[in-house]
Each structure stands twice: as structure tokens, then as C-alpha cells.
Design a protein around this ligand. Structure first.
Ligand SMILES: Nc1ncnc2c1ncn2[C@@H]1O[C@H](COP(=O)(O)OP(=O)(O)OP(=O)(O)O)[C@@H](O)[C@H]1O
Ligand SMILES: [Mg+2]
Length: 351
């Protein structure tokens, strides 16, 4: 049954019993009154008795209304239950593999003939091929909508590929268990997800094994302790879900710390496309440098400053690789996209 039909059915099921009780009650009151008036006219009952009969029928009103409410609640609960059952019976399209082990240390990454689309009629990634060695940093640039974030999503198995293979540390990601993948690969997304809770809860994702000492050590290393100390109650500062209380740059600093605490071997960083102030940008840059020291890095860059530290650069356009190469080589080739970008210095071209 189509969804709209289903919901209008459940609405009818809820409304009909309630309306029926109202109508029946009104009919009953009318009948009682008519009969009462008739008996009074006949002289069989006094006006006092008639009033009493009317009072008694009114006293029935509340319980009947309550009953109607209960029926309504019951119907709501029933449709809720059916919906939960539908949800619980949903199965993810992502099937995880069995492999648990990945090599120690930074992990290499390989995309081989990767094709991906959200909807079959609109390809988002087309024939993506590249390799980065363990410990290397790749900077990805491209206009908005070119498929940069999508590339990071398929790498984390948020979607299945249409075709092709992605290997992390030499293992096809479809053969890995999701836990093994997430334990070693960290991602900082463009929009940082925050939960209702303290800064500490949000950093550790409610994992009480992470001590304040560890947080302090990490934030010291990232150069963020000052930022945390400047929050009204330090680690106990309350953050509202949705992240309205943090600026785009702060949210990224925060997300970097969160990922850093998991000590990943491959980090994917999707920079915010909005402009940051110079101080936050500086902090963000040194935090990124620190984070990438012990891991392989894929940085989706929106700022030229980030690209200065990468080993390789990929330019994406309409889901295809327009350019891929060592940063220095591309910089010295005046015909390359990257060199043109350096000359114009127009960061907005990255966005
Ligand atoms: N969840 C989705 N469902 C359907 N289409 C999507 C979805 N997410 C992105 N797209 C489409 O896929 C294409 C690539 O989007 P993507 O988010 O990867 O771009 P991007 O390069 O990260 O852009 P930006 O620089 O603005 O972050 C776009 O055409 C976009 O409209
Ligand atoms: Mg994006």
C-alpha cells in the first residue's frame, strides 16, 4: 500500500471511533431529554427528576471522552509499533567482510576503476584511479559538486560502489569488517556532528576510557588546549546538538581532536568551504600537520595553505580525475591546474 494511503488509513482508524462516540453520545442525550420532557408533560416525573436524569447523562460524558482518548492513544501506539517494526526489519545494503587485520602503521590507499552514483541516471565518480603510499599526503581539489566528499564517503563504506575496488593497506575494503576499517581510518567531515553533551563527551564520544589526561596531552600536541581552556567551563562546557555554538573553524578543530584521540592510520579531512579567520586557520593548519605525522592523509582542500604541505595533488572535475601528480611537479608545470591556481592565488577557484 502506498505510504500516503497508509497514513490516511491510520488517521481514519483513529478518528472514526472517537467521532462515533461523540455522535452516539449526542444522540443518547437528545433521546434522554426528549423522553424526559415527554414523561414530564405526561406528569409521570417531576421537573426535579428530569433535571436529575439530565445531570446523570452529563456525568457519563467525561468517562466516554476518556475512553475515546484511550482508543486514540491505542491506535497511535499501534501505528508507531508497526513503523518501528518496519524500521527494525530494514537491512543495510552494505555487507561487511570478515578480514580484521590491517598492517601496522600508516596505511596506503588505492582506488582502481572506481565508479559511483547516488542515482543510476547521474554518475558522481567516474573511473577514479590513484595510489598513495603509506605516510603520504594527498590533497584533493575541485569545484563544488565535483565529487570530493562523495569520494571520502565511498572510502568509508557509507555507500556501495557501482564498480571498481578501493584498497586500504592492500586489502579490498569490502573484505574488511566495518569495525576494522573504522578503527584505523578517521574522517573529519565538512559538517561536524555534535551531540547534546559536554565538550568532553563530544570529544570522546561518551567513551569513559579516555581520560582527561589523554585529552589534555592530545590537545597540547595539537595546540588546542588554549582554545579548550578559553571555553566557559573548559571540558565541561555544554554543547548543544547541531553545533550552533561553534564556528565552522572551531568545529573543525574540535573534530580534528576527536579523530586524533582514536590514533588513526589513515585520515580523511574534508575542510569546511567557508572562510576562517587567520587565527583559527593557523591553529587548524598546525593541528592538521600534527595529525598527519603518524598517518596517511587525504585532504579535501578549500584553502591554498593546506595544499603547501601535501605530497600529491588530485584535481577532480565532474567526477573525473583531471590531474594527478606530485605537488612539486605540478607546481613547476605552468600548464597544470595547480600551477594556474598558484599564479592566480584565487582560493575561491578551489571551492
Ligand atoms: N546524498 C546525496 N544524494 C544524491 N546526490 C548527492 C548526494 N550527495 C551529493 N550528491 C551529488 O553528488 C555530486 C557530488 O557531490 P559532493 O558532495 O561529493 O561534492 P563536493 O565536491 O564535495 O562539493 P563541495 O566542494 O561543495 O563540498 C553533486 O552533484 C551532488 O549534488
Ligand atoms: Mg564536499
Amino acid at each position: 500500500m502506498p505510504k500516503t494511503e497508509k497514513s490516511s488509513m491510520s488517521w481514519l482508524l483513529r478518528v472514526i471511533p472517537w467521532n462515533t462516540t461523540v455522535v452516539l453520545f449526542a444522540l443518547a442525550v437528545t433521546a434522554v431529554l426528549l423522553l424526559g420532557v415527554h414523561y414530564y408533560m405526561e406528569g409521570l416525573i417531576s421537573i426535579g427528576t428530569l433535571f436529575l436524569i439530565y445531570q446523570y447523562t452529563q456525568m457519563l460524558n467525561d468517562p466516554i471522552e476518556m475512553l475515546g482518548d484511550q482508543v486514540q492513544e491505542f491506535q497511535k501506539a499501534k501505528s508507531g509499533m508497526l513503523r518501528s517494526r518496519e524500521l527494525l526489519s530494514m537491512r543495510s545494503e552494505i555487507e561487511e567482510g570478515k578480514e580484521e587485520q590491517l598492517p601496522q602503521g600508516p596505511l596506503g590507499l588505492e582506488f582502481s576503476q572506481v565508479h559511483f552514483s547516488y542515482n543510476p541516471d547521474k554518475p558522481v565518480l567516474q573511473d577514479i584511479n590513484f595510489t598513495i603510499k603509506p605516510g603520504e599526503r594527498l590533497g584533493i581539489i575541485g569545484r563544488t559538486g565535483s565529487g570530493k566528499s562523495s569520494l571520502s564517503r565511498v572510502l568509508l563504506r557509507l555507500y556501495n560502489l557501482d564498480r571498481g575496488t578501493i584498497r586500504v593497506g592492500g586489502t579490498d575494503i569490502t573484505e574488511l569488517s566495518l569495525q576494522a576499517l573504522y578503527r584505523r581510518v578517521g574522517m573529519v567531515t565538512q559538517d561536524v556532528q555534535l551531540f547534546d553533551g559536554t565538550l568532553r563527551d563530544n570529544l570522546t564520544l561518551f567513551n569513559s576510557d579516555v581520560s582527561d589526561h589523554m585529552i589534555k596531552e592530545t590537545t597540547d600536541r595539537l595546540g588546542l588546549s588554549q582554545w579548550i581552556d578559553s571555553q566557559p567551563q573548559g571540558l565541561d562546557t555544554y554543547l548543544a546538538a547541531g553545533g550552533a555554538s561553534l564556528s565552522a573553524g572551531e568545529a573543525q578543530l574540535f573534530a580534528l581532536t576527536r579523530v586524533f584521540l582514536t590514533e588513526p592510520s589513515l585520515v580523511i579531512l574534508d575542510e569546511p568551504s567557508s572562510r576562517l579567520d587567520a587565527a583559527t586557520e593557523g591553529m587548524l593548519q598546525s593541528a592538521i600537520d600534527q595529525l598527519m605525522k603518524q598517518s596517511t592523509g587525504v585532504i579535501i582542500a578549500h584553502r591554498l595553505a593546506t595544499l603547501e604541505k601535501v605530497d600529491r595533488i588530485m584535481v577532480l572535475g565532474d567526477g573525473k580525475v583531471l590531474e594527478f601528480g606530485a605537488r612539486e611537479e605540478l607546481a613547476s608545470n605552468p600548464a597544470s591546474h595547480y600551477a594556474r591556481l598558484l599564479i592566480t592565488g584565487r582560493e575561491e577557484e578551489l571551492a
